[in-house]
Design a binder for this molecule. Structure first.
Ligand code: GRG
Length: 311
């Protein structure tokens, strides 16, 4: 025959990202109305609706659709993971943590609203995430998911946020900052697996579960895929840090240049870091090999998107 073997099915990734992000943004806007007390809801909306890339909610929707579920079913978990991501950014920026003035191209939450409201906005987003995920009214009435699925999602998300997940990563990060000796690479990896990969994992796993994915092996493959994405994101970020700050030397505020963080380029060099990026991208895609390539196309392209830091 004349068929050509397509290794990478044609796929309008940019259009996909734009339409999914638009659906997510609509849902986020509706999820936090400007009720009383007005100021706290303003602070929550300020950080949540600022221009994030929406990678986590898009992963959640993509995994749901891969599992055969409709997008509408993935919206509540997608909103929940973005709320948790946003609250972790708000708390990470606080003076008692990283003390950052800028986030998502605008003053950080505590810069705009003061520290007390920023702490509360984080706490409120964390609890609202679980409220939305668990409330049957969040789901379209003709599509309500079985309670057993919702329960698994709640448990998975709770595990990923707490002292086995994001919080563990943040604590390890705090403890390894400012040390005089360099941090061992497995410690750096531990930090990234917890601070970054855990929520990416939860995003795809929640999507797959809510979409009706029931094969534990497939869910495990998606989890491994997302773990690769988390490391990938951080190694790419570390590389950009070096290449950017050498270009902008003298222009940036001192903080980044005298950063005491252990980065991959510092630990294994720039060349090896770039090789590691290629390996992680390859491994991420290997975990998708058992799925129908057409259905897995969004997840495949998301790995490239992160590798190329195409934002
Ligand atoms: C979760 C209870 C609780 C407390 C928070 C502060 C903290 C504990 C954890 C820190 C988590 C953190 C800030 C991880 C970094 C994650 C990361 C890769 C951020 C950048 O993500 P992008 O590029 O950002 O997806 P946008 O703005 O596009 O969403």
């Amino acid at each position: 025959g004349k068929e050509t073997v397509k290794t990478m099915p044609e796929f309008d990734f940019k259009g996909y990202m734009l339409s999914k992000a638009a659906a997510v943004n609509r849902a986020l806007d509706l999820a936090v109305p400007l009720d009383e007390p007005r100021r706290i809801h303003e602070a929550m909306r300020y950080s949540l609706l600022a221009c994030g890339k929406r990678v986590r909610p898009i992963l959640c929707i993509a995994a749901c659709e891969l599992a055969g579920g409709p997008q509408a079913l993935a919206i509540p978990p997608a909103v929940a993971v973005e709320m948790i991501h946003t609250m972790s950014l708000i708390h990470d920026d606080l003076p008692c943590m990283d003390n950052d003035d800028l986030r998502r191209w605008q003053p950080s939450c505590h810069r705009a609203f003061g520290e007390p409201l920023a702490v509360l906005a984080g706490a409120a987003l964390l609890s609202l995430a679980f409220r939305i995920l668990s409330d049957p009214k969040s789901y379209p009435s003709d599509l309500s998911p079985p309670p057993s699925r919702v329960l698994r999602c709640i448990s998975e998300l709770a595990r990923c946020v707490g002292s086995e997940g994001l919080v563990a990563g943040q604590v390890a990060d705090m403890e390894s900052t400012g040390l005089s000796e360099s941090v061992p690479i497995d410690r750096v990896e531990y930090i990234h697996i917890h601070k970054t990969a855990a929520l990416l994992e939860a995003s795809v796993v929640l999507g797959a579960i809510i979409g009706g994915g029931s094969d534990p092996q497939s869910i495990e493959r998606l989890r491994r895929y997302a773990r690769c994405l988390g490391l990938l994101y951080q190694v790419v970020d570390d590389i950009l840090d070096v290449t950017k700050s050498s270009q902008e030397l003298g222009k940036t505020a001192g903080k980044d240049l005298v950063s005491d963080k252990s980065t991959y380029p510092k630990l294994i060099g720039l060349e090896k870091s770039r090789e590691f990026v290629e390996e992680l991208n390859h491994e991420a895609k290997q975990h998708l090999e058992e799925f129908d390539p057409e259905k897995a196309a969004p997840l495949l392209h998301l790995a490239n998107y992160i590798t190329e830091a195409g934002w």
